[in-house]
Design a protein around this ligand. Structure first.
Ligand SMILES: *Cc1c(COP(=O)(O)O)cnc(C)c1O
Length: 385
């Protein structure tokens, strides 16, 4: 029996393991010097001149970014329906309302025209998702946001590293970008996230709110002889700090980011070549100096395939290959659908994607032979018809 090929798997090397052991032996296992080092290296990777705030998840980062811009009950935040629930749930934390819009079928990312039509006097921010690792149409989104005086907060959970018109996501002109280091993301620390911003005020607020609303600098402003035990609580904050254990993984994952990127790109191109003649639509590709992070490789099953998407996933599983679906759109999820009376007719492109999309394995530890098995399995299933 051949080994099962999982849908995703982390790539943890000996350097990551040694760094975690070093942290465990150091006596300092929660947020400390390694989290700081990870923040600094992350900012350097993105080109410098950025504030990076390490957190225990991207969800926390989205929450803190919305908090820092003053999101309040009754505000609206425009989000794509075709995403993971974290993108929208953080808006509800404030008693604010996500406004769901459809995606652009060319990118599977939020549709700028739909965003423009959804802006009201209550809109506080636009929250695009760089779906699968391909950047949304940021020029248009930033232009719309500027003209309507609203913020752009990027859900960059899939987009490390991805370039938009030659510039790394995280260094664009939005208010903030948030990356995820969840176990199956392109850089993994088990759980973890990074809020990145050029805005010192946003970064300062996020640093206070990530740890109970503690402001260690407040006292310094009046008295430089602050004792080590002293702190001031300036807000009811959260518990969102990244541990040094997790940061130990992040430091070394980051060093391998370019190697990881090359491997993912290689595998994606190999899929493109091997699957082009099958009754599937290949994933959208990066254009205009952009690059794709290839967190996910999402295929759309064509109707002429003569088999349902669900049956393809079952058959792949029977052949020892794990596949997944990204995503069941939020307008189909009971909470969001019922809370906002969302109907399918408002999301034709998300509906179409949700019906046809399936994601095949793509991870750096996958060998060429593993990928050959995935390809052979899919070819066999789709040829059987
Ligand atoms: C993974 C993911 C998140 C949440 O990331 P966490 O680090 O698990 O909080 C948010 N948005 C999208 C699109 C994601 O895929």
């Amino acid at each position: 029996m051949q080994q099962f090929i999982p849908f995703a798997a982390p790539d943890i090397g000996e350097d990551e393991i040694a760094e975690v052991v070093d942290t465990l032996r150091s006596g300092w296992i929660t947020t400390g010097p390694k989290a700081k080092r990870f923040e600094e290296s992350f900012g350097e990777f993105l080109g410098g001149g950025l504030e990076c705030v390490a957190l225990n998840s991207a969800t926390a980062g989205l929450h803190l970014a919305l908090e820092a811009i003053g999101t309040a009950p009754g505000d609206e935040v425009i989000v794509p329906s075709y995403t993971f629930t974290a993108t929208a749930e953080v808006v509800r934390y404030f008693g604010a309302d996500p406004v769901f819009v459809d995606v652009d079928p060319r990118t599977y990312c939020i549709c700028p025209a739909a965003v423009e039509a959804a802006i009201t006097s209550r809109t506080r921010a636009i929250l695009p998702v760089h779906f699968a690792g391909l950047a949304a149409d940021m020029d248009r989104l930033l232009a719309i946001a500027k003209s309507r005086a609203v913020h752009v907060i990027e859900d960059a959970a899939h987009a490390f590293p991805a370039r938009y018109r030659g510039q790394l996501v995280g260094s664009l002109a939005s208010t903030a970008s948030v990356f995820s280091f969840y176990a199956n993301k392109t850089l993994a620390t088990g759980e973890g996230g990074m809020l990145v911003t050029r805005d010192q005020t946003i970064a300062d607020r996020a640093r206070i709110m990530r740890l109970h609303g503690i402001d260690r600098d407040a006292f310094d402003r009046f008295n430089s002889r602050r004792p080590a035990w002293f702190y001031q609580i300036v807000a009811p904050g959260f518990k969102y700090n990244l541990t040094d254990i997790a940061a130990s993984l992040g430091i070394h994952q980051l060093r391998r980011a370019s190697e990881f990127e090359r491997r993912r790109t290689y595998l994606a191109k190999r899929y493109n070549a091997a699957l082009a003649d099958l009754p599937v639509v290949l994933p959208p590709q990066a254009v205009d100096g952009g690059t794709h992070a290839w967190h996910l490789y999402v295929l759309l099953l064509s109707d002429e395939a003569g088999i349902s998407r669900d049956a393809v996933i079952d058959a792949m599983h029977a052949n020892g290959v794990g596949c997944s679906v990204h995503y069941i759109p939020l307008h189909q999820q009971p909470y969001w659908r019922d809370r906002y009376e969302l109907t399918a007719d408002r999301f034709p492109h998300s509906e179409e994607l949700a019906r046809r999309a399936f994601s095949v394995p793509l991870y750096t530890r996958m060998t060429d032979l593993d990928q050959d098995r995935v390809i052979a399995s899919l070819r066999e299933i789709l040829r059987r018809r």
